[in-house]
Design a protein around this ligand. Structure first.
Ligand SMILES: [Mn+2]
Length: 431
């Protein structure tokens, strides 16, 4: 790498300049509207500026489907280039200060070098993701028939050791959590003894849990189906919750929005996990049919808002409530950096809309069994166009008023295309 292009800070300021007046006017108008509702727009902006969501390292590359992958120009070829792209997203939106790595896809030769590279770009490391759903080249035992639940104890041991190594690597990088998602399951009725498979999972998870430091966390991610198409071992939040309880206080349940059957009431699952003290955090994406990994807020923005209503309510009850937020999307037809920016902003939008809910009025309507006015109270918040609040928050944090516009204007992608001649397919996928 000789010269690595970064968008100059003054290019963002220059792109902002012609937009400043319109944002100021829109913000003043919205502030007046909110003041009539007893809401201080400035205080909301402060809260937006503290909101953060992690980018998964694999999100900056094109994901592809089970059928094909159509790589885009200038895709990152290694973990350092992935960090460059993550830093660019954060530079523009100022919401994504951390990166979630996937091991072995992102395995560094020298963790200290990687940690330093991230630090220079103002990035921290969020939860580590271990991969035992595919085989490494080079003759290890195969995960074709499972990892942590495999019938062969030697395969289970190998998978446990990989997770323990991920925890160690995470410690070296400053990450405090390991996310456990496995592809284990059955493709045919009769293939698995359901009970025995879950027992093997628990035994393996206990061995991993024993390696979690006292200030660390283990996130358990459930998934309804895929890659196993008949049954998965940690198939739903109830099973995930049971395992987390069996393991202990450092284990919590992670909710990936795409990992449920269509029409599942996910906001209610979120509420339950909060109530039981076991919500770890989220993998945000959106879904129409299955684990589609579409961009957050692209299909069900009202559901996203309702989820954030639960999160805001929990935060109001307990100031220490701080679930981990990460985007987990597969970008197939868009520039991944643009999708990540748009999705990060969608999360901010849902968060702000949830902050605007008149909770005292909602509680009154609930108490009085006034279903119509309870919903109207939610809709009043959901239908507020909060874009001026988000733009002001971004601008105050040094980001772009129009991040995608500024990104396109910078020519970043074309610069990366010439900097990064593609030699081979990059590791990325759908988890
Ligand atoms: Mn996920």
């Amino acid at each position: 790498m000789s010269t690595v292009y970064r968008i100059p800070a003054d290019a963002i300021a220059e792109h902002n300049r012609p937009l400043e007046q319109a944002v100021a006017d829109d913000f003043a108008h919205l502030s007046g509207q909110l003041a009539r509702r007893g809401v201080d727009a400035g205080a909301i902006v402060e809260r937006v500026r503290r909101f953060a969501v992690a980018i998964p390292s694999w999100g900056v590359g094109t994901g592809g489907t089970r059928f094909a992958r159509f790589p885009g120009p200038g895709e990152p070829r290694n973990v350092f280039e992935k960090l460059d792209d993550c830093a660019t997203v954060h530079q523009l939106v100022r919401v994504t200060p951390s990166v979630s790595l996937h091991i072995p896809w992102d395995e560094p030769d020298d963790p200290a070098e990687l940690a330093g590279y991230a630090r220079e770009r103002g990035l921290a490391f969020d939860a580590m993701n271990s991969n035992t759903f595919q085989d490494r080249p080079g003759g290890e035992l195969s995960y074709k028939f499972g990892s942590l639940t495999h019938t062969d104890p030697a395969v289970r041991r190998q998978a446990v050791e990989h997770n323990l190594a991920c925890i160690e690597l995470g410690r070296a990088l400053g990450s405090k959590a390991l996310t456990l998602w496995i592809g284990d399951g059955a493709n045919f009725p009769g293939q698995h003894d359901f009970r025995a498979a879950l027992e093997r999972y628990l035994e393996s998870a206990r061995a991993i849990y024993a390696g979690v430091p006292n200030d660390g966390q283990l996130f358990l991610e459930h998934k309804l189906f895929e890659p196993a198409f008949y049954a998965t071992v940690i198939n739903d939040w109830g099973t995930s919750y049971w395992v987390a309880r069996e393991l202990g206080p450092k284990a919590k349940c992670l909710v990936d929005l795409g990992h449920h059957a269509p029409n599942t009431n996910i906001e209610m699952i979120v509420s339950r996990l909060i109530q039981f003290g076991k919500l770890a955090g989220f993998h945000f994406n959106d879904s129409k049919y299955g684990d589609d990994d579409l961009d957050a807020g692209s299909i069900h923005p009202f559901q996203l808002f309702l989820i954030f209503c639960e999160l805001v309510a929990a935060g109001a009850r307990d100031a220490s409530f701080a679930p981990a937020y990460m985007l987990d999307q597969s970008h197939n037809v868009t520039d991944p950096l643009e999708s990540l920016m748009a999705s990060a902003i969608e999360l901010q939008r849902a968060y702000v809309q949830a902050l605007l809910v008149d909770r005292a009025a909602l509680a009154r309507h609930q108490q009085a069994n006034d279903a119509l006015m309870a919903l109207e109270t939610l809709k009043a918040a959901f239908r507020t166009d909060v874009r001026p609040l988000l733009a002001v928050a971004r601008r105050q944090s040094g980001g772009a008023i129009d991040p995608i516009g500024a990104y396109r204007h910078s020519g970043y992608r074309a610069r990366k295309e010439s900097e990064r001649p593609q030699e081979r397919a990059t590791g990325s996928g759908i988890v």
